[in-house]
Design a protein around this ligand. Structure first.
Ligand code: AMP
Length: 371
């Protein structure tokens, strides 16, 4: 590990110190999350160095430097990490070898453990259930069509078949409603590893966003209620109704078990009787946390930067209730209407092609201000 004067980890590896303004934060991934992280970091006087293969990635425009290289080009990863005082990532599918290499040449927060767990649904659910003692949907590892048939007998119909890796926004996911659905669902997997999950009859989808620093201190935002359309997040509203702090406590248990550093989002299903079941964790800033940008407190991007740099976490208590709406594809064409709305804040990502379903930006509408 390269130990610069500013490194957050000292040369004994046991002492931590806050990174001063002017330090270099490396971000693996140059999408909109990296872009908003870079903007927040710049406000605190940090320099961001983006690693992304794409020449015109959104984050490159808002960062001090951009290394355009493939994630598996480990020589470039080493070169990149060597000049960073801390490295973080903005998406969970960073290849394991890339993350490991970054951790060998700088400090990587969140650590590779969080990444490993979050990249694979089987590992994720097993870790959350067995190591953090937090409830998840019943699940079974699927290795064969016969195994899938047997698993549907155990979990019953409906049930949800999910690829273990690379699934997001409902991709790689099939609901099985009857035995006749099994064969085609198995064929569609094309040999990719999968799990079968019990179907959860939830009344609400909620999430929490929490920052945790190297000393184990944490700060959570109030509960967020999420509405999805076609499996893609449509709106997030916070603070949500019926927030008794349980979701934040469960999320904290998972973060403690991971010895997590940075911002993490935890998505839950809420049942009619109030039971909370974790659907998944995201080891990064999260779409359902974008409302914090206009909520009158430290936003999730700054919280992440503070957490990975060893700064005090600051206040996560909002003064506004905010509804965040994603702008997908052509929604962005209405930017002038949004600009004309009182109490609406616009965040556009600068992506050139408004493909259908592509996240082009979001708006935060202030619903209410706490007196
Ligand atoms: P995921 O890709 O796991 O985030 O799932 C995308 C969406 O599918 C979730 O936000 C839910 O609306 C739905 N979903 C996923 N898993 C289940 C489940 N086990 N039971 C019911 N609905 C689910």
């Amino acid at each position: 590990m390269a130990i610069s004067e500013k490194s957050i980890v000292s040369d004994t590896d046991t002492q931590y110190r806050a990174l001063p303004p002017g330090s270099i934060i490396g971000i693996l991934g140059g999408g909109q999350l990296g872009s908003m992280l870079a903007l927040s970091a710049a406000r605190l006087g940090f320099q961001c160095y983006i690693f992304d293969p794409n020449a015109d990635c959104p984050a490159a425009r808002n960062a001090a430097r951009h290394m355009q290289a493939e994630y598996m080009d480990l020589d470039r990863v080493k070169e990149f990490a060597n000049v960073c005082d801390v490295v973080t990532y903005e998406f969970e599918n960073v290849p394991a070898k890339t993350a490991f290499s970054a951790s060998q040449h700088s400090t990587l927060f969140p650590t590779s453990l969080a990444l490993d767990v979050a990249q694979d649904r089987l590992q994720e659910k097993t870790f959350i259930r067995d190591r953090a003692n937090v409830a998840v949907a019943d699940f079974i590892d699927i290795q064969s069509e016969a195994g899938l048939i047997e698993a549907t007998q155990t979990l019953g119909f409906p049930c949800v078949l999910k690829t273990r890796r690379l699934g997001y926004d409902g991709k790689g996911q099939t609901i099985l409603r009857k035995p006749d659905d099994i064969h085609s669902a198995w064929e569609n997997l094309k040999g990719v590893d999968a799990i079968l999950e019990a179907f959860i009859p939830f009344i609400r989808e909620i999430s929490v966003v929490t920052g945790r620093n190297i000393w184990g201190q944490s700060a959570s935002y109030p509960l967020i209620e999420n509405i999805h359309k076609d499996h893609i997040l449509h709106t997030s509203t916070a603070p949500a109704a019926r927030d008794d702090g349980r979701a934040q406590a469960l999320s904290k248990k998972i973060m403690d078990a991971l010895n997590y550093v940075g911002v993490m989002a935890t998505e839950f299903f809420e049942l009619e009787d109030g039971t909370l079941i974790v659907n998944e964790i995201a080891p990064r800033v999260h779409n359902s946390g974008h409302w914090t940008q206009n909520a009158g407190c430290i936003d999730q991007f700054e919280l992440h930067i503070r957490a990975i740099c060893g700064w005090p976490l600051g206040s996560t208590v909002p003064t506004h209730t905010v509804e965040m709406t994603n702008l997908l594809g052509q929604d962005i064409d209405n930017w002038q209407d949004y600009a004309d709305e009182t109490g609406t804040f616009i965040h556009l990502y600068g992506k050139s092609e408004p493909r259908q379903g592509r996240k082009m930006g979001h708006i935060n509408r202030i619903i209410k201000t706490t007196p």
